[in-house]
Design a protein around this ligand. Sequence first.
Ligand code: CUA
Length: 337
Amino acid sequence: MRHFIFAVILVAILTVLVIFGLDQIQILPEQASLQAESIDWLFDIHFIAIAFLFSLIVGFMLYSIIFFRRKKGDYSDAEHVEGNMALETTWTVIPLIVVIGISFIGAQVLDDVQRVDPQALEVTVVGSQWNWRFEYPDHGISSTTLGLPVDQQTLLTLTSIDVIHSFWIPEFRVKQDALPGGEEYYRELRITPTKTGEYTLRCAELCGTQHAYMLADVLIMEPDEFDNWVEGLVSSVPEFPEERGRLWAEQYGCLACHSTDGSQLVGPTWLNVYGSVEELQGGTEVLVDDDYIRESIRNPGAQLVTGYDNLMPADIGADLTDEQVDDIIAFMQSLSE
Ligand code: CUA
């Protein structure tokens, strides 16, 4: 009995130390959304459970190793134990109750995280290889930075034009896949940022060679700052076609695969490509002019340049208007001497 009490004290001390240690190393990133508060609460319960279970096993083990080790010259067998009904019942029933309890708490947190605010700001998130675009239907703007007001719920509607991507801002905790396939596959995610500042959105689903670089800036602002930010985007659509073309090329993800400085990405560079003569797969040649570019955007893969696979998503041009395509052509033209 004395041994048991000492071992229990050892387990208690170890538990406190492990909880303290886990707390010190700050295992979770900054907490910056309302949803994160509920989720972290659940995490904290888990950390305490983990600290206790670790200490329970390691504590009794350490105690036994030290105090019940074989004495010198003792070659007798240990006492043979057939089983212990009380102990086995206990270690079956207690975990059962704990797991059922956690499932209830988990369901409650899930409910919290998905709570609907009818006043939520609506933003459509479009993922593509390897770019994020954010559309604000209420304001008629789109952006490659996700700007949001603080302390207001945002309803994100996520979609993808090619493969599965995953929307993840660690500071907000919640995560959701963006699926291709149109409206039927739209997914929703609600976030309520609680701290202003800059964060990084990352793609959390392996989606091709540039997956690791599929990042976007997230800017959480005071409501009046947010209004100014929206205003700035409304009035910042450039006057000249080639400048607008650069903006569309950024927003619609063209520049994730086509460089503008001659460097080699998965698609041909746009530097000096307009007006050049390229060899196509099959051996024919083509002049890169307005018609060729228009066709390559609307129908990627119809005329592939030698040395490149058709990695361009079939629908990438579907959201671009004819005017936007003309702007992009003007931008490409401006990159050729
Ligand atoms: Cu998109 Cu990984």
